[in-house]
Design a protein. Sequence first.
Length: 130
Amino acid sequence: MARSISYITGSQLLALKPRPNIAVIDVRDDERSYDGHIAGSLHYASHSFSDKISNLLQEVKGKDTLVFHCALSQVRGPTCARKFANYLQEIKEDDGIKNILILERGFNGWEASGRPVCRCTDIPCKGECA
Ligand SMILES: [Zn+2]
């Protein structure tokens, strides 16, 4: 059965973020390095997303909710979320992932509504700023 992918708003994400079982996946390309990012988010750039999809699965082991976003969450974010959902379906592993979500309005919407932006250069972001 294909997994459904739904949308989450910035305020819903902000409320969920303190939970340890959520991962935010930023699929922007170079913009991440100069526009800042959501604290604690993982970076899997859309241009190499398919090549690194198995690494992403390893990195989100133990999480049950994944939130994808790009700058606007109109093209790259939904495309990568769909690729990941299809990948999970193909490998048929018990991954424990219950929710695949897309952040509405993406990073730009997040920042425009005044939500915290982290500007660290740590890879991965430790999520302690903001
Ligand atoms: Zn950071």
